[in-house]
Design a protein. Structure first.
Length: 199
């Protein structure tokens, strides 16, 4: 009898202990130890730049509105500058992205005089032009027959940005001088290019 009694008590005790699978986190999870932690996968933090969205939001519409406005104006500096001033009158930040897009639109429409006027207005406002807009301005001056002004802008670029002028602008000026049979100026631009790249 004692053997049977001890066998029953042993089987009850064995049934009351948690199984190995339960302690390791298997099954339904009821037998999980109180000190265990569940691994939670965290999503990577994504940084939001609200000012980038603010600058780029609606810039295409602003650019198109500017292009349509200046295209209807007479070829007078005062009229164009006045319209450009009104275009920025209620802006909290200067719409430089929209202005750059407007220059690209004017380039596609081949409105060279308007490009010159808008670019010079940007300069008068102290807004630095990108290399793309500088290239567009040089092209517009060339197409409008204003080679002396293109040369003046180019010399200012070389003196101000001694080491960062892209090859595209050198190529633009070489082409301009070559078309106008200014071989001396072509050699000057080429020598400046080699000096800047070597230094």
């Amino acid at each position: 009898m004692a053997g049977v009694f001890s066998l029953r008590i042993g089987s009850r005790l064995a049934g009351s202990t948690p199984s190995a699978s339960a302690t390791k986190g298997g099954g339904s999870g009821r037998g999980r130890p109180t000190g265990s932690r569940a691994l939670v996968s965290k999503k990577p933090y994504k940084e939001h730049h609200l000012w980038i969205r603010k600058d780029s939001a609606g810039s295409g519409k602003k650019a198109l509105r500017l292009v349509n406005t200046v295209s209807k104006l007479p070829n007078e500096k005062e009229a164009v500058y006045g319209a450009l001033d009104r275009w920025t009158a209620f802006e909290t930040e200067f719409p430089i992205i929209a202005a750059a897009k407007a220059l690209e639109m004017l380039k596609k429409r081949r409105q060279w005089l308007r490009i010159i006027q808008v670019a010079k207005w940007l300069m008068s406002k102290g807004q630095a032009l990108t290399w793309t807009t500088y290239d567009t301005l040089l092209l517009a001056l060339f197409m409008d027959g204003r080679i002396d002004e293109a040369e003046s802008i180019w010399n200012n670029i070389i003196q101000t940005h001694t080491r960062s002028v892209p090859k595209k602008l050198f190529s633009r000026m070489i082409l301009i001088y070559d078309i106008h049979d200014r071989s001396d100026k072509v050699l000057e631009v080429v020598s400046n290019f080699y000096i800047l790249t070597i230094s």
